[in-house]
Ligand binder design. Structure first.
Ligand code: NOJ
Length: 751
């Protein structure tokens, strides 16, 4: 027995020596305190300064003045972090500058936007949310982290935890859509995936929840615009995904660009001091967004960069991304007594703690391995995961007469439309190091899956690019497209947005099909041939004509490196679609912002004939496709919605059961969604709120009981004092395959 213990101990020590044992929090705290005590004020402020890469790190030292300034700052210990240094060799070179030349040899932390993959591209985050499969999303984030870490990166600026109620906002593609519960699940999954169990592992990187907070509620869907929100919405809708990030262990946060009720989110004491670092007890650090400290001047709350630095530092932004505000002014502000040095110590302590957690003090170069970078990026295994998640993210919006799936032995198929052979658009915005040369177009995906005898008649017919979102005078070659279509049994038309039509600063005032694409589809439709429209895009698109006239529509989003293969998997039946919309698809852009979980009005519309009710006089108020919607090749029936008891006491859980039956011909997956409605409360409550979901796989003919155990908190909400309360009363429980087609049952909560 004793011998066994000794062997265990020796093995343990050997493993720790080989793998590099993670330090305990106490050990890290001791080391941080010791290091801080040896740092000058200038060196401390240096840690709070982040620069972007502006020159070739592996080349000669820069001669240009501005670049040389940054270069010297790294050498002198005046930089704590860099972003956009790409590749193992470049990060090694930059790290060497900091570690070899600075007095205290403190390593840099390298960050970059790994938003949906590093080199292997995964679907954009909005599409990943459409999988309603947090496990798979976690896996994708873990793969992305592994690739980024192999290329020298320690830190990603993801996940984006912003709720996005407005399809016009270009950055809707970066988040999980409109619902706080679904978004919280997705955010937590990404944090777990990026960070793993041990930040010091060479396969994990630090996550960053952004943009704190409420950035997605930009007025009129215009990026960087101001945000005006009720406390109800802030607490119950916009903050929960950020809280989920903290609970999942995210070690950094990023400020947002917007003002929130008049106060910029950067340097916002309420958001950062009171809520994030106060109430939530967040122990990591907060980085500003790019130049968002300097932008306090444009917001009109700071007269100059020095005042901006003061507001940001006292508002507890720990690191300045590219504003030069801390670098230039923080030291003077401390000397003048305007910023307490204790605040600086706190910020620097938080930053150094993460550097220790990442293991950078043990080996500053452990992530910069050119060997790993060569072998671990864009592997077949990573591509296979990307293909799987891509197929699972796609949402079948329409499938009249079961046109889909198509047979692989089809004799002829027309592949048309501007995006049909496009390898760039599916990579979406924020593609990091992914390249079109490694992506699969829809045409290639179809070529690879159909029988060698199938004739593919390919004609694009129309070009669209990132710059002609509105242009209706692009050259359109209807004749050739019609000719190709005439010669084919089925038409597959690829239309939608190119990659740079969504993302940062890509707000649109019209979210329809850009350019002349609709015209092309209308011409094709006149042929009366079966037509499948494959939609590309990073946001909900308004497609009422398509919904009415085209038999089959698949939303493929921007699905990453394996997009074409994944679309083909769905079109030809290798994968049965199971994606569900994480955002409402509007009928018309004038309905935006449009969400399913709105508050009831005093005059809800109950039927078409009513006059003075909440509606439009020139169109429906209902969306084209509701939140949670998505078809399958099979049919599911919901039966026997039941509760373990109809009345529960405050604090008690409730068990909800439903029987799900696969009545169709395919083995398939269904996302069973549970919504609640608080019928009478002290404040107006949403008409529906998603509270639970489960993705269930059933064989043809199989049925299964699905059970949800609802914690009593599910029935509560935050009041205006940010207190969480559960009120007694009646609640509707709704279960179904989307937010509209649901079964209902009521329960009562008593004191
Ligand atoms: C600005 C964006 O708002 C933010 O999301 C991103 O992480 C930074 N730039 C760094 O690229």
């Amino acid at each position: 027995m004793r011998k066994f213990v000794w062997i265990q101990l020796i093995l343990g020590l050997l493993t720790a020596a080989v793998l590099g044992q993670a330090l305990s929090p106490e050990e890290i705290a001791g080391k941080v305190a010791n290091l801080l005590s040896r740092m000058t004020l200038t060196e401390k402020i240096g840690q709070m300064n982040q620069y972007s890469n502006k020159w070739d790190m592996t080349g000669p030292k820069p001669e240009d003045d501005a670049k040389a300034y940054r270069y010297n700052d790294i050498k002198n210990g005046n930089v704590g972090s860099m972003l956009n240094v790409v590749g193992a060799a470049a990060t090694r070179a930059a790290q060497q500058l900091a570690v070899d030349s600075s007095r205290l040899h403190i390593p840099l932390i390298f960050g970059i936007d790994v938003i949906h993959g590093y080199k292997t591209s995964f679907p954009v985050p909005l599409a990943m949310a459409a999988t309603w499969n947090p496990e798979l999303v976690e896996k994708a984030a873990a793969v992305a982290a592994g690739e980024a870490a192999a290329a020298g990166i320690h830190w990603t600026f993801a996940p984006m935890a912003d709720i996005s109620p407005d399809a016009r906002w270009g950055r809707i593609m970066e988040g999980a859509g409109e619902d706080p519960y679904l978004a919280s699940q997705m955010v937590a999954a990404q944090v777990r995936g990026y960070q793993g169990n041990d930040l010091s592992s060479e396969n994990t990187i630090a996550a960053c929840a952004k943009h704190y907070a409420a950035y997605g509620a930009a007025r009129a869907g215009r990026d960087y615009n101001s945000v005006e929100l009720s406390l109800y919405s802030i607490y119950n809708i916009y903050l929960p995904p950020f809280k989920a990030a903290v609970d999942a262990g995210a070690v950094t946060f990023m400020n947002a660009f917007n003002t929130l009720n008049g106060i910029p989110a950067t340097g916002n004491r309420f958001l950062v001091k009171d809520v994030l670092k106060g109430k939530w007890g967040f122990e990591g650090f907060v980085v500003s967004d790019w130049s968002s400290i300097a932008e306090l001047i444009n917001h009109g709350v700071a007269a100059n960069l020095k005042q901006a630095a003061e507001i940001a530092a006292t508002g507890m932004t720990d690191m300045d991304m590219e504003s030069f505000a801390y670098r230039r002014h923080l030291e003077n502000l401390v000397q003048e007594g305007k910023v307490d040095e204790a605040l600086i110590d706190e910020s620097v302590g938080r930053i150094l703690t993460i550097k220790y957690q990442l293991g950078l003090f043990d080996d500053p170069y452990k992530y910069c391995s050119e060997e790993r970078e060569k072998t671990q990026l864009l592997t077949d295994e990573n591509r296979a995961i990307s293909r799987k998640i891509a197929a699972e993210s796609m949402v079948l919006l329409k499938n009249s007469d079961n046109l889909l799936p198509l047979s692989k032995d089809i004799k002829s198929v027309a592949v048309v439309g501007p995006l049909s052979n496009d390898k760039d658009s599916p990579l979406g915005n924020w593609r990091c190091q992914a390249g079109a040369d490694n992506a699969v177009s829809l045409l290639e995906g179809i070529q690879a899956i159909v029988s060698p005898e199938t004739r593919i008649n390919f004609v694009k017919g129309l070009d669209i690019d990132n710059n002609n979102v509105r242009s209706f005078d692009g050259k359109i070659d209807v004749k050739s497209v019609i000719k190709a279509a005439r010669r084919s049994e089925v038409i597959i038309a690829a239309v939608g947005e190119t990659a740079m039509m969504s993302g940062e600063a890509r707000s649109r005032m019209d979210v329809g099909l850009p350019g002349r694409q609709l015209e092309l589809l209308q011409e094709l439709n006149r042929l009366g041939k079966p037509m499948v429209v494959v939609l590309f895009g990073g946001r909900p698109l308004t497609i009422p004509w398509l919904a009415e006239n085209v038999p089959a529509i698949l939303m493929s989003w921007e699905a990453g490196s394996e997009s074409g293969n994944a679309i083909a998997d769905i079109l030809f039946g290798d994968v049965v679609p199971s994606g569900k919309l994480p955002v409402t698809f509007p009928y018309h852009v004038g309905q935006e912002p449009l969400v399913y979980n709105e508050l009831n009005t005093g005059r809800p519309q109950l039927n078409d004939q009513q006059g003075f009710v909440s509606k439009y006089i020139d169109g429906p108020k209902e969306p084209l496709y509701p939140f949670g919607y998505g078809l399958s090749y099979t049919d599911f029936e919901y039966e026997n919605l039941r509760l373990n008891r109809p009345v529960i006491r405050i604090g008690e859980p409730l068990r909800v059961g439903v029987t799900l039956k696969n009545t169709g011909k395919y083995s398939a997956r269904e996302v069973v969604q549970l919504y609640i409605r608080d019928l009478v409360a002290s404040i107006a409550r949403p008409v529906k709120e998603l509270k639970a979901f489960e993705k269930v796989e059933l064989k043809a003919g199989e049925s299964r009981d699905v059970t949800f155990i609802l914690d009593n908190k599910v029935f509560g909400f935050y009041n205006d004092n940010y207190e969480f309360i559960v009120e007694p009363g009646e609640f509707e429980i709704m279960v179904g395959g989307n937010s509209v087609d649901v079964m209902k049952i009521t329960c009562k909560i008593v004191e």
